[in-house]
Design a protein around this ligand. Structure first.
Ligand code: AP5
Length: 228
C-alpha cells in the first residue's frame, strides 16, 4: 500500500503581511505543526544560546540570518513527532537557496509538494501593521494596537501575559527588513510560480476576510489536486 505523504504549506509575504497571524490559526484549525523561523530565532535570543548570540545583531539590523543556520534549525524541528500530521512554514524559506534545500529536505522526509501561499499587502499598510504590533511574552499571540487590540491594554486576552513590542519593529529596522525582502525573498514567488505551486492571496483586508480568502484558495487547490 502506498504511504500517505505528509502535507506542507509555505506562507510567504513581506514583513507585516499577516503570515504569523494566519499561519498560527491555520495550523490550529488543521492540526499542523507551526514552524516559524522568526519565533525560533527570537526564542534562542531570549534564552541567550550560542545561536541566539549569533542571530541577535543580524536580526537587530533587519538582515537575514545565514541560510545554513535556518535550514539546520528546520531540519531538526522536522524530527518532532508533531510534524507527522503536516506542517506550515511561516517565514521560511526566505531565499532561493533555502527553497532549493527545503525541496530536498521535504522529499527525503516523505512530504508531498508544498502548497505555497503568497500574502500580498500594499506597502503603506505594512508600516501601520508593524509599528502597531504587540506580541504576548508568554504565548506569542499577536495583537495590533490599531486593528486588533487586546481587551485590556498591554495584556494578553488568553493568559494575561504582558504584551511587548518586537525589537525589529522600529521604523529604521523595518525599512531594512523590507529591503531584504525585496532583494532576497521576493524572487521566491517566481521560483514557486515556475514550479506551479504558488497561490496568491490579497491580504490587505481584515484578518477574518483574509482567512476566508485563504480557505477559498486552498479549497480550489484541494478540488484540483484532491490532496489537502
Ligand atoms: P520573522 O519573524 O519571520 O518576521 P517577518 O517575516 O518580518 O514577518 P513578521 O513577523 O514581521 O510579519 P507577519 O507577516 O508574520 O505579520 P503578523 O501576522 O505578525 O523574521 C524576523 C527576523 O528573523 C528576520 O528579519 C531575520 O533576521 C530572521 N529570520 C527569520 N526567518 C529567517 C529565514 N528563514 N532566513 C533568514 N533569516 C530569518 O502581523 C503583523 C501585524 O499586523 C500584527 O499586529 C497583526 O495583528 C496585524 N495584522 C495581521 N493581519 C492583519 C489584517 N489582515 N488586518 C489588519 N491587521 C493585521
Amino acid at each position: 500500500m502506498e504511504m500517505a505523504l505528509h502535507r506542507a504549506f509555505i506562507f510567504l509575504g513581506p514583513p507585516g503581511a499577516g503570515k504569523g497571524t494566519q499561519s498560527k490559526r491555520f495550523a490550529e484549525r488543521r492540526t499542523l505543526a507551526h514552524l516559524s523561523t522568526g519565533d525560533m530565532l527570537r526564542d534562542a535570543v531570549s534564552r541567550g544560546t550560542e545561536l541566539g548570540r549569533l542571530a541577535k545583531p543580524i536580526m537587530d539590523r533587519g538582515e537575514l540570518v545565514p541560510d545554513d543556520i535556518v535550514v539546520r534549525m528546520i531540519e531538526e524541528r522536522l524530527d518532532g513527532s508533531d510534524c507527522d500530521g503536516g506542517v506550515v512554514f511561516d517565514g521560511f524559506p526566505r531565499t532561493v537557496a533555502q527553497a532549493e534545500r527545503l525541496d530536498r529536505v521535504l522529499e527525503s522526509r516523505s512530504f508531498g509538494k508544498p502548497v505555497v501561499v503568497d500574502f500580498e499587502v500594499r506597502p503603506e499598510v505594512l508600516m501601520r501593521r508593524l509599528t502597531g504590533r504587540r506580541t504576548c511574552s508568554v504565548c506569542g499571540e499577536i495583537y495590533n494596537v490599531y486593528d486588533a487590540p487586546p481587551r485590556v491594554p498591554d495584556t494578553c486576552d488568553r493568559d494575561g501575559g504582558r504584551l511587548v513590542l518586537r525589537a525589529d519593529d522600529r521604523p529604521e529596522v523595518v525599512q531594512e527588513r523590507m529591503a531584504a525582502y525585496e532583494r532576497q525573498t521576493r524572487p521566491l514567488t517566481d521560483y514557486y510560480r515556475r514550479l506551479g505551486l504558488l497561490q496568491e492571496v490579497d491580504a490587505t483586508a481584515g484578518v477574518e476576510e483574509v482567512r476566508r480568502t485563504l480557505e477559498d484558495v486552498l479549497k480550489r487547490v484541494e478540488g484540483r489536486d484532491g490532496r489537502l
